[in-house]
Design a protein around this ligand. Structure first.
Ligand SMILES: Nc1ncnc2c1ncn2[C@@H]1O[C@H](COP(=O)(O)OP(=O)(O)O)[C@@H](O)[C@H]1O
Ligand SMILES: O=C(O)C1=C[C@@H](OP(=O)(O)O)[C@@H](O)[C@H](O)C1
Ligand SMILES: [Mg+2]
Length: 165
């Protein structure tokens, strides 16, 4: 059974919707960021500060590869997973859901969040969002326009469209 991956920009609800969906269809949920924090025994901002983003990205890729050896999991990724071509290629061969929201909504959710080290200015985030959009589109197998939807309604929609029950 294929895994189901969630991708999208910071704040789009990958962690929230993946956990809700996993519960709904009684599958195991894996959050790559939580796994990284467990492996490193420190929060993500500390990993960025002490070991650097390159180190974080290598670990993120390695753990993504590990999930590919598993089956039937629901996996929430971090928003930057699509930076590496190898990750994009792998994700595109799985069931990969892009939670697509307008930037302004995401900005409202993540502005001032110190647990996300890449959250800096409005302009910097907007540029990152624009640069990443085509990469999410290239990596996903299903793009979901989420505006107006709750995690619950998105979960029900995915169960239906992916015929998960
Ligand atoms: N469909 C939704 N509607 C409104 N708020 C949402 C929705 N999905 C997630 N959120 C909220 O957005 C914030 C970021 O969600 P999170 O799951 O951490 O995103 P990600 O893992 O993609 O960065 C959380 O406060 C969460 O409750
Ligand atoms: O977009 C990114 O580069 C990142 C997103 C974060 O995950 P969320 O997308 O769950 O916030 C986390 O992996 C790290 O802070 C880097
Ligand atoms: Mg998350």
């Amino acid at each position: 059974m294929k895994n189901i991956y969630f991708i999208g920009f910071m704040g789009c609800g990958k962690t929230t919707v993946a956990s809700t969906l996993a519960r709904s269809i009684q599958r195991e949920w894996i959050d790559l960021d939580e796994w990284i924090v467990r492996e490193e025994k420190m929060p993500i901002p500390h990993i960025f500060e002490q070991k650097g983003e390159v180190y974080f990205r290598a670990l993120e890729s390695r753990l993504l590869q590990e999930t590919l050896t598993l089956s039937g999991k629901v996996v929430s990724t971090g928003g930057g997973i699509i930076g590496k071509e190898i990750n994009r290629t792998c994700l595109n061969q799985e069931t990969c859901i892009y939670l697509d929201w307008p930037f302004e909504e995401l900005y409202r959710r993540i502005d001032g969040d110190t647990s996300r080290p890449l959250v800096k200015s409005y302009e910097q985030l907007k540029a990152l969002y624009e640069a990443r959009r085509p990469l999410y589109e290239a990596s996903c197998t299903l793009q979901v326009k989420c505006e107006g939807h709750t995690p619950y309604s998105l979960t029900n929609y995915l169960v239906d469209v992916l015929k998960l029950k």
